[in-house]
Design a protein. Structure first.
Length: 684
């Protein structure tokens, strides 16, 4: 090759390089979803020196969510993997002396319980079973592990089929169903059996099954002397109809004797024994059939006597409780106005905030989330949430907190995301204060007018927060301003706020949402002729309700909705709960009430082009709900389309490609009805 040819080739190389560089977007793109990682389940060692955490990642070739275990010193040094591979390693639990770690992994091709020696790295399989162990806890002397695991209970069908002739090809035999809850979203048809409790020696051996009754047993907790295991279960004969009424029990390991130690109508769960073994903390509430009821913290004697409510002055849900080493207080997790926090509460009810900013474990939509753990010396580890990144690892002591990891720096080091601004505004219904967040496009210019997407959370009793959301950021990257809010009925604003929609949903939450849109229109950068609306699950209910109440939106995407409360209440996987806690009567007893709150009752008013989007395997809001609305709109001649995600349950984003498919469908529909952004300076 001569100099001229070489120069020509080099010139072409640099031109191609520049061309490719120009094509690389600084905004978040659909395929970037596969590059997102996040931290979960941070477990600090008992001495507070090291933290094991789960690092979650995705495989673009197999469309799977995977995870490995990592370990880091409390000061952030020596951050390194404990496990590696295209597998799912999770649920790490330190032994009390910090010398060993138990965890769950599917590295062998099936999910098993592993034991790891932390000084040598040697491992062994403790439980090799077709079913997955869960709720792992160490005995006080570190000689045993307790856990729960599903035990099949085969039931023969009473339908007897004659023997088929040799070589005949008949259909599979009929399925005989006699349970109220016989299928569940995320699972499908439920196998016959229950969660039972087991122990297994750390030295190895056969797991010992402790319980065998036809009930689900969970949350094992050892007594300090190792003689008892506390657990919660619903042992009512009518447990299918009274699914909320669980209690705390003990089982004596030497005899197998089971004793019920709480006794009130309502759910009692999550037993935790105090460091001196004399007191029992647990979560629960007195069930009053309200749509939203606070999870409260109680402390009793170790035998369940003299229970005392200690979180009565905290108008927030209490979760994930841990005793402080001195036994004079407990740590807990709670959400306050969309912000997830760690708190400490004394036995007389005094609450102190320990850390804020937990979350970042919901990559799709900006739901509040978080996890933490506490060491004996008061040090803690938690999921550190940023508005512009999924969860990293944080740690702290005495309120001094620091970030230890940056698991997405390879992606966000060259990506520009939308900015998030928190807002408060008044509802037009009654002046109620409503909280929300605005996300603007990465190259936001206040001199332009932008289309607006109103994105609505599900639940309805849940909450959004100022955390990273792949879906919201992809919408912002496409040039939309996005508004998401916590209308009445949302959690984290108190029990009264949550019950503003008690047995009255949808209702004035509609006004809360419309007032949020009005608030943004006051800002010069929103094009009020380009308003769009979407939401999933409870947000799908409200989106379909909105297009039946107003024509102000150019287009709507109704994701996994309830359209007809009557049909839904008798077909979804939560019928017993919904017909009691969300309505006052059964659907055949008060069909007018069910219809009154059903979006199908307003379908005759709809003029907005509306897409329906649902997973075909959804059992929480079955796809027949979407089909009803779609068919009604077709019969009326309204512009509509239906997107069906093959194989997807209610949690569509459980597979990375499904999250991409969902957002792509929404933006395709909105872009169809969108016009160009208006440049105010150029217009003048």
């Amino acid at each position: 090759m001569n100099i001229s040819q070489l120069t020509s080739c080099l010139s072409l190389f640099f031109c191609l390089t520049l061309s490719l560089s120009a094509q690389v977007s600084h905004k978040l793109e659909m395929l970037d979803i596969f590059n997102l990682e996040y931290v979960s389940d941070p477990q600090i060692s008992p001495d507070g020196q090291r933290i094991v955490y789960v690092r979650n990642f995705k495989d673009i070739m197999t469309d799977r969510n995977l995870s490995n275990l990592w370990i880091v010193n409390f000061d952030g040094s020596q951050n390194r993997p404990l496990t590696t591979g295209e597998q799912s390693d999770r649920s790490p639990v330190w032994s009390n002396d910090g010398s060993k770690l138990a965890y769950i992994s599917n590295k062998s091709g099936k999910t098993e319980l592993y034991l790891r020696w932390m000084d040598t790295g040697h491992e062994m399989v403790l439980v090799n079973s077709e079913k997955t162990p869960g709720n792992i806890t160490w005995s006080p002397d570190d000689r045993f592990l307790a856990f729960s695991m599903f035990v099949p209970e085969p039931q023969a069908s009473p339908i007897k089929m004659p023997a088929k002739p040799a070589g005949a090809e008949w259909n599979a035999p009929p399925k005989y169903v006699d349970k109220l809850v016989w299928r569940m979203d995320g699972v499908g048809e439920l196998p016959s059996g229950h969660q039972q409790l087991f122990t297994v020696p750390v030295s190895g051996g056969t797991p010992r099954q402790l319980t065998s009754a036809p009930y689900n047993h969970s949350s094992p907790e050892w007594s300090k002397d190792g003689r008892l295991i506390y657990f919660n279960a619903n042992m009512r004969e009518d447990a299918e109809l009274e699914a909320q009424d669980s209690d705390i029990y003990t089982i004596e390991l030497s005899t197998g004797a089971i004793k019920k130690i709480t006794n009130r109508y309502g759910p009692d769960s999550s037993p935790k024994i105090s460091p001196n073994g004399r007191q029992l903390a647990y979560l629960g509430y007195n069930d009053e059939y309200k749509g939203y009821q606070l999870s409260r913290l109680y402390v009793a004697e170790a035998n369940g006597a003299n229970p005392k409510l200690i979180s009565g002055n905290l108008d927030r849900d209490v979760n994930s409780i841990h005793w402080a080493t001195d036994g004079k207080s407990l740590y807990f997790q709670y959400v306050d106005k969309g912000h997830t926090k760690i708190g400490n509460i004394t036995l007389d009810g005094k609450v102190t905030e320990v850390a804020a900013g937990l979350g970042g474990m919901s990559l799709g939509r900006p739901y509040t989330s978080g996890a933490y753990s506490i060491a004996r010396n008061g040090r803690y580890a938690y999921t550190w949430a940023e508005t512009h990144e999924p969860a990293d690892l944080g740690a702290g002591e005495a309120g001094k907190n620091k970030r230890l990891t940056w698991v997405n720096e390879d992606l966000f080091g060259h990506k520009k995301l939308g900015s998030i601004e928190e807002i408060w505004y008044k509802s037009s219904a009654d002046g109620l204060d409503i909280n929300g967040w605005i996300v603007t496009p990465p190259d936001f210019d206040p001199g332009k007018k932008y289309p607006l997407i109103l994105e609505i959370h599900g639940g309805p009793f849940s909450s959004y927060g100022p955390v990273f959301s792949g879906e919201i950021q992809l919408m912002a990257a496409a040039g939309y301003v996005v508004l998401y809010t916590n209308p009445r009925g949302s959690t984290s604003y108190g029990e009264a706020f949550g019950n503003e929609i008690n047995k009255n949903y949808p209702s004035h939450d509609y006004d809360d949402l419309m007032s949020g849109v009005d608030e943004l229109i006051k800002r010069s950068y929103i094009d009020e002729n380009q308003l769009f609306v979407t939401g999933g699950s409870g947000g799908g209910v409200l989106t379909s309700w909105i297009v039946g109440k107003t024509n102000r939106f150019r287009a709507a995407v109704v994701a996994k909705p309830v359209i007809n409360w009557y049909s839904w209440s008798l077909n979804a996987d939560m019928s017993a709960f919904a017909t009691r806690y969300w309505f006052e009567k059964k659907p055949w007893e008060d069909p007018e009430k069910y219809l009154k709150h059903s979006p199908i009752s307003l379908v005759g008013n709809v003029t907005t082009p509306t897409m329906l989007l649902t997973g075909e395997a959804d059992l929480r809001t079955p796809i027949h709900e979407s089909e009803q609305f779609y068919t009604a709109l077709k019969l009326r001649g309204i512009e509509t389309a239906m997107v069906r995600i093959p194989g997807a349950f209610h949690g569509i984003a459980a597979r990375p490609s499904n999250l991409i498919a969902k957002v792509s469908a929404i933006l395709t529909w909105f872009d169809k009805y969108r016009t160009e952004t208006v440049d105010l300076e150029r217009k003048r």
